[in-house]
Design a protein around this ligand. Structure first.
Ligand code: ADP
Ligand code: MG
Length: 161
């Protein structure tokens, strides 16, 4: 499966998808989140991070641009890096902050507004497109690598879908 599309009628549905996605995370995975302000990118990320076992507050890294979270993935301590590049001014800022090094084999990187770092980001394993649809949201997931395809394949066996 390299493509998956569904509607998320309310925030609980976004949280359920985040929880399902959390079960498919593996070290090294890179997820890009696309969609306008308010589409639900942070809400989805927050649900993933909480479902991966982080119990603290997950806020939008609007000003810090990136926030690390220690979680357990298959009983292995792993860092989820949550990026929000909306306020980033240039690709140099991304490189100077050392963000490129965070995209490695052990971290899981989730990126809001990846288009702001065009040219300096690696290719994602998964693209997630969120959009407002009536009172709810529409979501489309697109796998771009073997890792991403495996992720979507296990999503259909996740307990919340
Ligand atoms: P973004 O990070 O894309 O700018 P946020 O996640 O910060 O968006 O905000 C999304 C808003 O939409 C939040 O107020 C959240 O409660 C709401 N929301 C999330 N998912 C849904 C949904 N499926 N239906 C309706 N509202 C939703
Ligand atoms: Mg956001």
């Amino acid at each position: 499966m390299s493509h998956y599309k569904t509607t998320l009628p309310d925030e609980a549905a976004t949280q359920a998808l985040g929880k399902s996605l959390a079960h498919t995370l593996v070290p090294g995975l890179v997820i890009f989140l696309h969609g306008d302000l308010g589409a639900g990118k942070t809400a989805l990320t927050r649900a993933m991070i909480h479902a991966a076992g982080f119990t603290g507050n997950v806020k939008s890294p609007t000003y810090t641009l990136a926030e690390p979270y220690q979680v357990k993935i298959r009983s292995q301590t792993t860092t989820i890096m949550h990026f929000d590049l909306y306020r980033m001014l240039s690709a140099e800022e991304f490189l100077d902050a050392g963000f490129r090094e965070e995209f490695n084999a052990s971290n899981i990187c989730i990126v809001e507004w990846p288009e702001k770092a065009d040219g300096v980001l690696p290719e994602p394993d998964l693209n997630v497109f969120l959009s407002v649809a009536g009172d709810g949201r529409e979501v489309e997931l697109q796998a771009l690598s073997a890792k991403g395809i495996a992720c979507l394949a296990s999503l259909q066996f996740a307990p919340n879908l």
